[in-house]
Design a binder for this molecule. Structure first.
Ligand code: FMN
Length: 239
């Protein structure tokens, strides 16, 4: 039995098991067995497995991630969170990494991400941003910002930072949804909320907040089906 061999390390066991069973479902079982038999916490296992899996077949390793199209079509804004459920740091890390994976004009990547779990700061978002009241119940928020010192250096219109950070924001919303979390884009830019967020986070004015995205595990009912927003008349095919 692969996992019981005392002469090999847990990492080696995982590798051998993966070589035999190359699919995500079996991988979930391997992950659980490794946890039970080797006392590895999932936090320790996942970083070992992630590079192995992504190198081998580009599959996602989290057993609650979903198919891309399903994820896009079922995402919706979530504003009611389970206040008793914090978000593990590695989960937040995965979500913010999805932001960095966004496309960016001339690959300038003129962004910065603040991952906020500090209760006092989240409460300030709720108090000072009129359309972000539900940050009060959120265990975390990600603030997506443009960095003017980067986008002013871009070789053409600096305005592309808005598209770049918007693409990063959508990636973050989708990553959160695929991991079983809920989130909502709440607006900062353009308007006076930019200065509010800069003041709450003590940011200098090279950091321009595009939006604040409160994130949390949805309460029952918030997970209901997303609307189908497709409108045939808004699509033209040129064939
Ligand atoms: C640029 C932008 C700004 C938004 N600002 C807010 C906001 O300040 N507060 C809020 O609750 N939702 C905000 N939303 C979320 C929209 O209300 C939401 O996406 C829209 O109603 C469609 O619903 P859905 O996300 O569930 O599909 C914003 C969305 C976008 C794209």
């Amino acid at each position: 039995m692969l996992i019981n061999d005392e002469n090999v390390s847990a990492k080696e066991c995982i590798w051998r098991a993966w070589c035999v069973y190359r699919d995500t479902r079996t991988f979930t079982v391997i992950k659980r067995l490794t946890y039970e038999l080797c006392s590895y916490s999932p936090r320790e296992i996942v970083p070992v497995l992630d590079p192995v899996l992504s190198k081998q077949c580009g599959q996602l390793t989290n057993n609650i991630t979903m198919e891309t199209i399903e994820c896009i079509m079922t995402r919706k804004s979530v504003r009611r969170f389970d206040e008793t459920k914090p978000i593990a740091k590695d989960v937040l890390d995965k979500i913010v990494r999805a932001g960095f994976a966004a496309p960016s004009a001339v690959n300038a990547r003129p962004w910065h991400f603040a991952v906020v779990t500090n209760r006092a700061l989240l409460d300030q978002f709720a108090e000072k941003l009129p359309y972000c009241k539900f940050a009060k119940q959120a265990p975390a928020a990600i603030v997506i910002m443009g960095k003017s010192d980067k986008f002013l250096k871009a070789p053409f219109t600096p305005d592309y930072w808005i598209q770049d950070t918007s693409a990063a924001t959508e990636n973050i919303l989708l990553a959160a949804h695929s991991l079983g979390l809920g989130a909502t884009w709440t607006s900062c830019y353009p308007g006076e909320r930019v200065a509010e967020v800069q003041s709450i986070l003590s940011l200098d004015d090279t950091h321009i907040p595009l939006c604040v995205v409160p994130i949390g595990y949805p309460v029952e009912g918030e997970n209901s089906k997303a609307k189908d927003k497709y409108k045939e008349e808004e699509v033209t095919y040129f064939e």
